[in-house]
Design a protein around this ligand. Structure first.
Ligand SMILES: [Zn+2]
Length: 619
């Protein structure tokens, strides 16, 4: 039987003299909902009556308290609390970012420097406090006891740790509280409350990484390194960005008493798109320019930018709107990438082929810096020219102005390379998504690769590429699944006979006694990945599928062989090396091979020996 109750909200009655009533069916309404409906309705009425209340984000807090335990079953109350917890977690909205350069004059820049220096001090204080709390927590005997709990007892273990965190006030929220107390006197002149909270969150996250074993230690910011970015939490208090239609559609970053104009190119569709969306919060970023004379740089050679964190989805260029539906297998190697879609054209490419670092210039700058360091600090080297061993005292290093200039040149060389790499990654990712947005890759530890292929990984950054691709695929509504190489062992698998045979890494071709092959191993494993269904360890390849794919894979290798014969240098891991005669003729045609530096250097005899072992017999 349904009971109907009527509710009068006395608060509203007292304040605006109107009597709002609700009719609520108690059979299907939880007590929390009753309270929420009262709050919502009364808030609406109050705001109607008193317009100044509309500036507040929300009138009532979102939590409610029900004291009717006498008549309600505890089960419903528990259900209530669970729902409340879920509601408390704010719904996440998509965020994207645009960056605008700031027009900073010398007076403003010195104020900004002071603000950032204060942020650095506060951050270090917060980091130190969080560190101390972590240390206290770890020294507690209960910590060892909690660690001794078997991992299989998940709940018990988690409970023990969360109890410890509460006991030692080690949480983001508690650090916010500490930041509130630490933001006093001169610090409060520079840093507002929300920015202090953002810094506290940052410090907590850094220390928490140590706590959960993802990092070994935290790094305090030295005055020299400083802190290069600060952010707020909202765009209505503290540091914020406003667009002023009266000032020629200018945008301004407001931080304390500073009003800094941003340079907005209204003709840029990306900027246009971004500024149509509501701003969640803003971030100020300081970057080093190549020199104080560089465009837009201040006396210290810094440029300032504002990053707007906006609600919504990022702008998609018209050229990138095309999206395919194919399923793609990607095999990522240290310097190659095999792309095999189920239907479309396959490819085996050198990863970021255009990336040609000027190794000579870089090395010269490094040597110059080394000479300058030695000339500036003769006391720090022993008679054999080695850096002196220092016990407990640290060596002091002097930097000349010229040394700093060389360092800036070196840094800007690296920065340009990184920007180029990023754009190449973006282009490659867009090309892949154009074909299909269901992508299978093997889960790889790029960190493990660093030891073996350090130079190539440092140059090409495959991990970064995967992260980029993942974001892009998510944006287009596709999926990128990382398949565990450990369970699938696709590089050892042969679909025709179902055997697993381990191949040494130098063996670049898959040839099976059952008659399959020869096929380039990276292409083959990308092909298997393309046909791997979700949650399965065996790819579903029928004879028909293989007959469709084989010519496509062979066409790729034919193209590569032709390129090699024309004199292009291909990475040896592709397993294609031109015949000596063709290579010589090709080298004569191509006066200066474009990407000389990035090719792994292999003595000619070894390369040819390799080619003999790797090249399949001509059919
Ligand atoms: Zn086989």
């Amino acid at each position: 039987m349904a009971t109907w109750i009527e509710v009068y909200h006395w608060c509203s009655l007292l304040m605006c003299g109107r009597v709002p009533t609700w009719t609520i069916n108690t059979n299907n309404t939880l007590p929390i909902d009753i309270a929420r409906r009262i709050k919502g309705r009364s808030s609406h009425l109050l705001r109607e009556e008193f317009p100044h209340l509309t500036t507040l984000p929300s009138l009532w807090t979102r939590s409610t308290f029900s004291s009717t335990a006498g008549t309600l079953s505890s089960e419903i109350i528990e259900q209530d609390i669970e729902r409340q917890k879920k509601a408390m977690k704010r719904a996440k909205t998509p965020t994207f970012l645009i960056e605008l350069p700031l027009q900073v004059e010398s007076a403003t820049s010195s104020r900004l420097r002071a603000h950032l220096e204060t942020a650095r001090c506060l951050y270090n204080a917060l980091l130190s406090e969080a560190n101390q709390r972590l240390r206290r927590m770890r020294n507690d005997p209960a910590w060892q006891a909690a660690r001794a709990i078997a991992r299989s007892k998940k709940q018990e273990r988690a409970q023990a740790f969360s109890h410890l965190r509460r006991k030692h006030h080690f949480s983001e929220y508690e650090l916010h509280e500490y930041a509130k107390g630490a933001r006093v006197s001169w610090i409060a002149d520079h840093i507002d409350a929300t920015m202090a909270q953002a810094l506290a969150t940052r410090a907590y996250q850094a220390v928490n990484r140590v706590c959960v074993g993802k990092a070994k230690k935290v790094r305090f910011r030295s005055p020299g390194r400083g802190i290069d970015s600060v952010e707020g939490k909202r765009n209505d208090v503290g540091m914020r960005f406003v667009l002023d239609p009266n000032a020629g559609d200018g945008g301004f970053l407001i931080w304390n008493e500073q009003v800094i104009p941003a340079i907005i190119n209204w003709l840029d569709p990306m900027v246009q798109h971004g500024l149509r969306h509501p701003i969640k919060y803003v971030r100020l970023v300081r970057r080093k320019a190549s020199s104080p004379q560089a465009k837009g740089a201040d006396v210290d050679g810094n440029r300032y930018f504002v990053q707007l964190l906006l609600e919504g989805h990022a702008f998609t260029k018209p050229m990138h709107q095309e999206r395919g539906q194919d399923t793609i297998g990607l095999d990522i190697g240290p310097c190659t990438l095999a792309i095999v879609p189920r239907e479309g054209k396959a490819d085996l490419v050198t990863f970021c082929e255009e990336l040609a670092p000027n190794a000579r210039k870089k090395r010269r700058l490094q040597r110059k810096m080394e000479r300058q360091r030695r000339a500036n600090n003769p006391d720090n080297y022993d008679e054999k020219g080695r850096i002196k061993k220092h016990g407990t005292t640290r060596l002091r290093w002097k930097e000349s102005k010229r040394y700093q200039a060389t360092r800036r040149q070196h840094a800007s060389l690296e920065r340009r390379g990184a920007a180029h790499r990023k754009s190449l990654h973006g282009k490659l990712a867009h090309d892949i998504v154009k074909v299909g947005n269901t992508i299978n890759i093997e889960k790889t530890s790029f960190k493990g690769w660093q030891k073996q292929y350090g130079r190539s990984i440092g140059l090409r950054a495959p991990g970064m590429f995967v992260a980029h691709l993942e974001r892009l695929v998510a944006k287009t509504g596709g999926t990128l699944s990382e398949v565990s190489a450990f369970t699938t062992r696709l590089s050892q698998y042969c679909h025709q006979c179902g055997q697993y045979v381990k191949k040494p890494r130098s063996q670049r071709w898959h040839r099976c006694p059952c008659g399959l092959g020869p096929v380039q191993r990276d292409l083959y494993s990308a092909f298997l990945l393309a046909h791997l269904e979700a949650e399965k360890t065996l790819p579903s390849v029928t004879r028909h599928v293989w007959e469709g794919a084989e010519p496509r894979l062979q066409a790729v290798m034919e193209g590569l062989r032709q390129r090699a014969n024309e004199g292009h240098c291909l990475p040896p891991s592709m397993g294609v090396v031109a015949s000596r005669k063709a290579a010589r003729a090709g080298a004569r045609r191509l006066k200066s091979p474009v990407n000389r530096q990035q090719e792994p250097i292999i003595p000619r005899e070894r390369a040819e020996a390799l080619s003999e072992t790797q090249e399949p017999p001509r059919l």
